[in-house]
Design a protein. Structure first.
Lengths: 115, 109
């Protein structure tokens, strides 16, 4: 079974631009979560999508948004990029089994550099 | 804030068991203990999870104290490839994780 895939793997943008990152979950997984990882703040939860709806959201400004498509693929968008948005963006998918614990499977991440 | 505390770093000799502790004294009754690891700049990798019983899989063993306030991840025969940052997380459904800084395990030859 193929794992979580993320595209692109590396991206360089300049301040003020916007960026869209893509995530394809493991087949059959209905939940997709996004995380940001920086040296200073570590791994932080951005948001989670389930059945095309944002179900949970972390403490990030509105410049960070996302969506999920009917095939469970997800995109996240960052508008008006700031230098501090330089980070590794990780996507994770899970079955979202409501009656018990789930295992999240992470993709390799997209390394975003903002100049 | 993360509900777990872990030592920032540990060393282990190759071939020996690595025992990584985690404190989660405020864990709720329905929260599971999850362990993930992250090898340099890769996505975190699932290791194991448990509620109150000890668990074992092909990668590791998880020992949870009877009061559930702490746990230990055991890698029985550590190899150089086990060098990574190990994260202990508590979660009800295994989603929307709040990560702490984890433990940086260095396996030494």
């Amino acid at each position: 079974k193929a794992g979580v895939t993320q595209t692109p793997r590396y991206l360089i943008k300049t301040r003020g631009q916007q960026v869209t990152l893509s995530c394809s979950p493991i087949s059959g997984h209905r939940s997709v979560s996004w995380y940001q990882q920086t040296p200073g703040q570590g791994l932080q939860f951005l948001f989670e999508y389930f059945s095309e709806t944002q179900r949970n959201k972390g403490n990030f400004p509105g410049r960070f948004s996302g969506r999920q498509f009917s095939n469970s693929r997800s995109e996240m968008n960052v508008s008006t990029l700031e230098l501090g948005d330089s980070a590794l963006y990780l996507c994770a998918s899970s079955l979202a089994w409501d009656r018990g614990p789930n295992e999240q499977f992470f993709g390799p991440g997209t390394r975003l550099t903002v100049l | 804030d993360a509900k777990t505390t872990q030592p920032p770093s540990m060393d282990c000799a190759e071939g020996r068991a690595a025992n990584l502790p985690c404190n989660h004294s405020t864990i709720s009754g329905n929260e599971y203990v999850y362990w993930y690891r992250q090898i340099h700049s890769q996505g975190p990798q699932y290791i194991i999870h448990g509620l109150k019983n000890n668990e074992t899989n092909e990668m590791a063993s998880l020992i949870i104290t009877e009061d559930r306030k702490s746990s230990t991840l055991i890698l029985p025969h550590a190899t150089l490839r086990d060098t990574a940052v190990y994260y202990c997380i508590v979660s009800v459904y295994g989603q929307n994780f709040v990560f702490g800084p984890g433990t940086r395990l260095s396996v030494l030859p």
